[in-house]
Design a protein around this ligand. Structure first.
Ligand SMILES: Cc1cc2nc3c(=O)[nH]c(=O)nc-3n(C[C@H](O)[C@H](O)[C@H](O)COP(=O)(O)OP(=O)(O)OC[C@H]3O[C@@H](n4cnc5c(N)ncnc54)[C@H](O)[C@@H]3O)c2cc1C
Length: 319
């Protein structure tokens, strides 16, 4: 729990400074969500590695988030965390505040004209299933991406020839100073697994548009995607999804394979035997093992093929 005299908060704006209820009540009175100091993040990410956040904030709702950020000391680093499915949290932890949008933001509402209004914490499977139930096609690809709407927007997540840029109309974004703005998709300058969302900006909701479709046919396509994933990806492993972006005209997994890296290990991290663009934690890895393995793969691929792979996985925090 944050202390009323935390240096993270503007003097005079500390939780509970306005009333004389007990400490815990003071905190919950001002921060309605959950605020935890020195919060281990490893258990919240797919790799199951990494250090602690100085502060982890799980807001109760949008107002709670904007109020809290508005009271943060200027310059405090802010980072959003989704399901941690494309993330290495370094072993030294993350400075400042990590914001995790949980259940209060895991919502999907169907609007007119095949538009879905999705909370930033909604999972891909929830968005795709809600679209199917409403007879909205074109969002099936989100079925197979194990992240949240906020992460999809940040990463321009995509699969099977479609990506977020194809379906996003606009999104609500909370900036690190607590200001809330609506950003049209066109302003995000989407490219392959990239958006121009500023660092520290948190996507709290997004409007996506599909096309009219038959729920049964949409369901069949979603099942096909789920089965294809199961067959080709190490879904039950501690992993971070595709490690490297596919280079122009090539496939990262093929280059990794050609460089002889299938099964390569550094400490407790290994290049997946099933899909060579996935790194896995075999149970004992540190984040440094994962990152060092990725760098070794990049080195070998460059040496063998002349191609310099670019990390797709975000690596954050202190080494
Ligand atoms: C088995 C597996 C399969 C995968 N397959 C695919 C695939 O087919 N296609 C694909 O594109 N990706 C794939 N991924 C990667 C991953 O699922 C996507 O990148 C996804 O978009 C990450 O979402 P997340 O919510 O988990 O974000 P995280 O991994 O938590 O974070 C990733 C980045 O997004 C930012 N972020 C998270 N939430 C927000 C928010 N609310 N607002 C602003 N920024 C935010 C984080 O700060 C970080 O920079 C796969 C991963 C796994 C483990």
């Amino acid at each position: 729990m944050i202390q009323p005299d935390s240096p993270l908060l503007h003097p005079g704006n500390a939780p509970g400074s306005q009333d004389d209820t007990p400490a815990v009540g003071q905190v919950t009175g001002k921060v309605r969500g959950k605020l935890t100091a020195d919060a281990p993040l490893g258990k919240l990410v797919w790799f199951k590695t990494g250090g602690a956040a100085d502060w982890l904030f799980e807001p109760a709702d949008l107002d709670d988030l904007t109020d809290f950020l508005g009271r943060l000391e200027d310059g405090t680093p802010v980072m959003a965390l989704g399901l941690g499915s494309n993330l290495v949290i370094r072993d030294g932890g993350v400075p400042g505040v990590v914001v995790r949008l949980g259940k209060p933001f895991a919502t999907v509402e169907v609007r007119r004209d095949c538009v879905l209004e999705c909370g930033g914490g909604a999972s891909g499977i929830l968005v795709a299933s809600s679209a199917r139930d409403a007879g909205i096609g074109g969002l099936e690809f989100l079925r197979g991406i194990p992240g949240t709407v906020g992460g999809f927007v940040r990463m321009n997540g995509g699969a099977y020839g479609r990506e977020v840029a194809d379906v996003l109309l606009d999104c609500e974004v909370v900036l690190p100073d607590g200001a809330c703005v609506t950003v049209p998709a066109g302003d995000l300058a989407f490219s392959y697994r990239h958006s121009r969302l500023p660092d520290g900006a948190i996507v709290t909701s997004a409007r996506m548009r599909g096309v009219p479709g038959d729920p049964a046919a949409i369901g069949v396509e979603m099942d096909r995607i789920a089965a294809a994933r199961e067959e080709t990806q190490p879904l039950r492993s501690k992993t971070g999804g595709s490690t490297f972006k596919n280079p122009a005209g090539g496939k990262a997994w093929e280059l990794v394979d050609r460089a002889g890296c299938r099964g390569l290990m550094v400490g407790g991290a290994q290049v997946s035997e099933k899909h060579t663009n996935f790194l896995i934690n075999i149970g004992t890895a540190t984040s440094a093992d994962i990152e060092n393995l990725g760098e070794e793969v990049r080195r070998r691929v460059a040496e063998t093929t002349g191609v310099t792979l670019e990390w797709e996985i975000k690596r954050v925090g202190r080494p």
